[in-house]
Design a protein around this ligand. Structure first.
Ligand code: SF4
Length: 117
């Protein structure tokens, strides 16, 4: 993943349109990737599909969902830490039409590295 939405989500919906990977869905809504559906991961709050989340690597130097969340409940999942390399490769697989340079925007490269957010 590794961004995840905690139970503090108030269902405002602000994060969903910000995700460059369409990885965020409302609770109860099935997700899909390349036409293949998946069962909703959360029923009552918004959720992020781990296999579609790049922590915005490739697009932004921060997680776009976290930037707009009014209650700061979009956080790095401590149970699912991934490297910048893994996330960049995922961005390339999710967006085969896009060329991502090795130094594409990444939260890992902003001041202070991956700490904070
Ligand atoms: Fe929930 Fe935050 Fe997304 Fe609003 S922005 S739906 S509170 S995770």
């Amino acid at each position: 993943m590794a961004t995840t939405i905690t139970s503090e989500c108030i269902n405002c919906g602000a994060c969903e349109p910000e995700c460059p990977n369409t990885a965020i869905y409302a609770g109860g809504v099935p997700w899909e990737l390349n036409g293949t559906p998946g069962a909703a991961i959360a029923q009552d709050i918004y959720y992020i599909v781990p296999s579609k989340c790049t922590e915005c690597v490739g697009f932004h130097d921060h997680e776009a969902c976290a930037a707009v969340c009014p209650v700061d409940c979009c956080i790095p999942d401590p149970a699912n830490l991934e490297t910048e390399g893994v996330l960049l490769q995922r961005a390339r697989e999710l967006h085969p039409e896009t060329t991502f340079p090795d130094d594409a925007p990444s939260r890992f490269r902003k001041e202070g590295g991956a700490a904070g957010g």
